[in-house]
Design a protein around this ligand. Sequence first.
Ligand code: SF4
Length: 333
Amino acid sequence: MSRTAGCGVGADQGQAQPDPAGLLGQLRGAGLGRPELSPGTAAGLHGQLAAELGQLAGGLPAGTSISVTKYRISRLRVCERFATTTGQGSVVTPELVLGLLADRVFAQVLAGYPLGPDPLQTALRAAQADQDQELLRQWEQLDGTGRATVSDQVGRQSRALQAGWPALPAGALPRLQDQVQIPFAGGRVVLNGRMDLVLGDPAGPTGVCLLDVKSGRRRSDDAGDAGWYALLETLRSGVPPARTGSLYLSGCVLDLDTVTGPLLQQAADRVVRAVAVLVRLALGEQPRTNPGPMCRWCPALPGCEPGRDNGYTRAPAGPDGTERYLDETKPNY
Ligand code: SF4
């Protein structure tokens, strides 16, 4: 069951300081119990994926392999052609840059470092120190309006995070930007993910909690993202995590699901469907179109008849950005 609440329970209750133990309890789902999952859950999911992805990979042209990511799964569901076009010539939007900076801000706060009077500059300096050329390149590409939007949002979200997210107590065992790779079919299909925050010990009594840090608005597919990370953790450690969900920096709000068998199964089925599409595309089939509000932000629109025939015209760049339109387009599966 999904639970939404402001992080820093103490702050919500009117206390002057957010409560570290309360926050850790929220993340671990204290008092909610943990569903009994069969000890063979991880092995069963791995076996199912090995069989189904192995069969699909058998149809791939020689020498090709497929990388599956959260981003690809979610975009393929919106429109295959859009998903295969956005990599080339896609517009750098304020939302995109804000998302990258949000990870930097969160890392600083989690480590207990002050953000100073100018959180944006702190985040950019952290990116520079880490030689994060991608973030710096995208920041450079924004115009003045885009930078002002990002600066304003980074400031607001930093204030909310600092007010609501206390230093976690000992025993939380946090890991940031945890990279996971799960190969199938001899490496011809690889599930790739990077978890913003992993807390806890898979073998411990409270298990692991996974958090995806979101700088944008809430989207209907966020639960799908949370399921994707839960599946990766299950396959990696052999133990399903206890909780998975999102931290919305605007307002410092947590939305967490207790991990159940159906949640993991749904995530595995999404992976299989996405790989089936990617194999079709690798074999040279034309990507299918699925016109919807997203067309207004799609780089393929000028050459896409279904998009134009449905009356869509290019949207002006603005603070709402791509994510809103992604959410409004009905998924094709
Ligand atoms: S314009 Fe619309 S239908 Fe065409 S590729 Fe883009 S999102 Fe898909």
